[in-house]
Design a protein around this ligand. Structure first.
Ligand code: PMP
Length: 389
């Protein structure tokens, strides 16, 4: 089987060759001056990517789930009330993490699959009792739905709650302005729109979150999650003289340094616009092929991935057929509709050419599955949306 498969799942993603080369470097030690400089740059670049010049970044070896735990374990005490805006699989996970930390979790769910929870219902939940944190999944990777983070952050602030955003499927791809929108904690993983391999958890704590951490009554229940252990390490790497706590994932840091360098060089505004344009081209293609998407309305559809219903007569075997055409896409994930849809990631290093390759492969696989559509209809719609201005 050829290794030339185009990876178009919603993370991990295709990597830039420069990022891959960073992984293949001869091993550096974790105190090596070159690694120290790269780690320091990663932290500074993270502030630029999160649009959080006043934030304290944390970069720790582990996946996005570790980032979720780091984000809340350092601000929540047992008995604190947490309101979870629930849009799917990863909001359920955040609720489970909070419950393990002893928080009293109140969830506000979307009225149906593909919708976002009503802001009025969130406000009511915040009014019901004093709330320590409001959490939201910016883009739920299980549904492709994007929640209105700026509006929710405004509500959190008005009710004295900290706003925590799971940006695993959004940071680096969706517009997210941590400082300007008043978001207190944003977390992500390295493997999606940041364009690095899986394996690093990133968390950005804003000033109010750091104050909440300082005011915490109970000890953080796990040593590896404790900001008190990590803060001197992050400060040390930025100063150029890191102490030791736990060995960092050296080569992943080198790779992330390169990929964040690409993001910063492109500039966030340009990147947001590029992702929006590519996502619009995908949506145009799905429409032209007669396929429906999970998000209830286009304005709720994420720019980082598409979640698309199989048409009548087509089932999950489509994913394997697309794979046989040289493009890896993902099946459904949300338990309520898992077998009814597929997902295509479009973030990071992806270009217009990759979009066309993926759409072309889906078209051929649909045709082989008996779905009737004008050959090339999806490609033509995408090409029109991607026309060079
Ligand atoms: N949150 C969201 C929104 C995600 O998409 C994911 C991963 N798909 C996670 C959290 C968990 O990240 P990981 O799989 O890296 O632990």
């Amino acid at each position: 089987m050829s290794e030339r498969t185009l990876l178009m799942i919603p993370g991990p993603i295709e990597l830039e060759p420069e990022v891959l080369r960073a992984l293949a470097r001869p091993q550096l030690g974790h105190m090596d001056p070159e690694l120290t400089r790269a780690f320091g740059r990663v932290l500074g670049r993270a502030r630029e990517v999160f649009l959080a010049p006043g934030g304290q970044p944390l970069v720790v070896a582990g996946s996005g789930t570790l980032a979720m735990e780091l984000a809340v374990a350092n601000v929540v005490d047992p008995g604190d009330r947490a309101v979870v805006v629930n849009t799917g699989y990863f909001s359920d996970r955040m609720a489970a993490i909070l419950e393990r930390l002893g928080a009293e979790v109140d969830q506000v769910a979307a009225p149906r699959l593909g919708e976002v929870p009503d802001l009025g219902a969130v406000e009511q939940a915040l009014r019901r009792a004093e709330t320590k944190i409001l959490t939201v999944t910016h883009v739920d990777t299980s549904t492709g739905v994007r929640t209105p983070v700026a509006a929710l952050a405004g509500l959190a602030r008005a009710h004295g709650a900290l706003m925590v955003v799971d940006g695993v499927c959004s940071v680096g791809g969706e517009e997210l302005r941590q400082d300007a929108w008043g978001v207190d904690v944003v977390l992500t993983g390295s493997q999606k729109a940041l364009g690095a391999p899986p394996g690093l958890a990133l968390v950005m704590f804003g000033p109010r979150a750091l104050a909440a951490w300082r005011g915490k009554k109970a000890k953080v229940p796990s040593l590896y999650l404790d900001l008190a252990e990590w803060l001197p390490i992050m400060e040390g790497y930025e100063r150029g003289a890191p102490p030791y706590f736990a060995t960092p994932a050296v080569n992943l840091i080198l790779a992330l340094d390169v990929s964040l360098g690409h993001l910063v060089a492109e500039e966030m505004e340009v990147r947001f616009a590029r992702h929006a344009r590519l996502a619009a081209a995908f949506r145009a293609a799905w429409r032209a092929l007669g396929l429906g998407i999970l998000p209830a309305r286009d304005e709720l559809a994420a720019n980082t991935l598409s979640a698309v219903y199989y048409p009548e007569g087509v089932d999950a075997t489509l994913v394997g057929k697309v794979r046989a055409q040289g493009v890896a896409i993902a099946g459904g994930l949300h338990p309520a509709a898992k077998a009814k849809y597929f997902r295509v990631g479009h973030m990071g290093a992806m270009r217009a050419n990759d979009a066309l390759a993926a759409i072309g492969a889906v078209e051929r696989a649909l045709a082989a599955s008996g779905h009737r559509a004008e050959p090339g209809a999806g490609l033509a719609a995408a090409q029109a949306a991607l026309a060079i201005p």
